[in-house]
Write a protein that binds this ligand. Structure first.
Ligand code: BG6
Length: 390
């Protein structure tokens, strides 16, 4: 069902009433997002569907879970002795998740104006990626054990409430007239089928806190936006600095180690480390060790939807959203949406083709961090060497 959510219940009932579920074979219902508009509407939809289908027959798609590099997070984390012992508050300074898009709202104004970035991207794709980074290792690699851990991680996210967090830990923005690569771009309010007074957000950034033993005190910065300068989804894990020692105490050029997971459109991972610059001086330079998956010629990885539909046909739920997972996600989102609904004075504007409102930079600056450049972004003052030159 890639349909308006209001139709999920009716279509499910008609499938049953039309006798299509009477065969003795298996029945699987694959549902495209959005699954509801908020927690109460999602719950209603779920109840209607569940009158006809059992939970194990329902496959709720989040296509980010079908992406090669999102699935790879588990392997990178749990199959590498380099990372597993370091994956916690003792060694990680912060996590940055960027999902930048160059497209605007295109012809989807009617849908987007009601959903905004919060419901279109954060409730699903952003939270899914954050969860994969934050979750505890499952004790078995099967769908239920993995999803149990994901639900636990989601439940550990500190809620955003109107009087705590919505204003201080979230930035929302909307693109105004701007330009990219010499082309003038319309502001959101000037797009066709968008209300010229709309306060819908096309940009979202937040400082997310995961209140558990592993992550206490480690900020997860997430941002997503339309009409940004590049199309790029990346996850950056920034490690804490080594303890100052005699050798490096005064080295201004000592950079933190980064592990970068490139999700889209470039796929791969790289690690940024400090190494000595060749020559007579003890100068340190950041260098990258890189695995570029999408640079390899001849690999044919399935598209996210191909992979997910194949999994649904096999009956594998691992990369589909379970109801309780979805419910927790909506419960995190709803207080933000209602605080915004009450008062839109915090909406900021950014020119189309820019990196979003500067308030998003301040979220990190307040903690002494900054956004690391993502693939394709001009790297002001950041020099690093990688053999592939990408
Ligand atoms: C969809 C959103 O779920 O994801 C779109 O509805 C968005 O607004 C898209 O453009 C982004 O997906 P991808 O795979 O191109 O990063």
């Amino acid at each position: 069902m890639a349909l308006a959510p209001e139709l999920f219940g009716t279509v499910s009932r008609n499938l049953r009433d039309g006798g299509m579920l009477e065969s003795s074979g298996w029945h699987r219902l694959v549902i495209e997002k959005p699954f509801g508009y908020d927690y109460p509407s999602a719950e209603r939809l779920n109840e209607e569907i569940r009158l006809v289908f059992k939970e194990e027959e329902v496959f709720r798609i989040d296509h980010y879970l079908g992406k090669e590099m999102v699935q790879n997070i588990e392997v990178i984390r749990f199959a590498n002795a380099f990372f597993e012992p370091l994956w916690n508050k003792n060694h990680i300074a912060n996590v940055q998740i960027t999902l930048a898009e160059t497209v605007g709202v295109e012809e989807r104004g009617a849908y987007y104006n009601k959903s905004g970035a919060l419901r279109d991207m954060v409730q699903n794709h952003m939270l899914q990626m954050l969860t994969m980074i934050a979750m505890e290792p499952p004790s078995r690699l099967d769908a239920e054990h993995i999803r149990d851990e994901k639900v636990k991680a989601l439940r550990s996210i500190r809620p955003f409430e109107a009087d705590e967090g919505v204003r201080s830990r979230i930035v929302r923005g909307q693109y105004s007239d701007g330009s990219a690569r010499g082309k003038a771009l319309k502001g959101y309010r000037n797009e066709d089928s968008v209300d010229p007074t709309s306060v819908t957000e096309t940009f979202f950034a937040a400082r997310v806190l995961v209140d558990n033993f592993r992550w206490a005190g480690v900020p997860f910065y997430v941002r997503t936006g339309k009409r940004l300068p590049v199309k790029s989804t990346e996850i950056v894990i920034e490690f804490k600095n080594v303890p100052n020692n005699v050798l490096f105490a005064n080295k201004q050029d000592l950079n933190p180690n980064l592990l970068v997971i490139r999700v889209n459109p470039m796929e791969g991972i790289y690690i940024k480390i400090n190494a000595k610059k060749p020559g007579n001086d003890m100068t340190i330079q950041p260098v990258a060790m890189e695995f570029c998956q999408s640079c390899q010629i001849g690999i044919n990885t399935p598209e996210a939807y191909e992979r997910l539909i194949f999994d649904a046909a096999r009956g594998d739920h691992t990369y589909f959203t379970r109801w309780d997972e979805l419910a927790v996600a909506w419960k995190l989102i709803d207080p933000i949406a209602s605080a915004w609904h009450e008062d839109s004075s915090d909406l900021t504007f950014y020119p189309a083709g820019s990196w979003g409102p500067e308030e998003a930079d301040k979220l990190l600056a307040a903690d002494g961090f900054h956004w690391w450049p993502v693939n394709g972004q001009e790297e002001d003052n950041v020099v690093w060497v990688s053999n592939s030159g990408k």
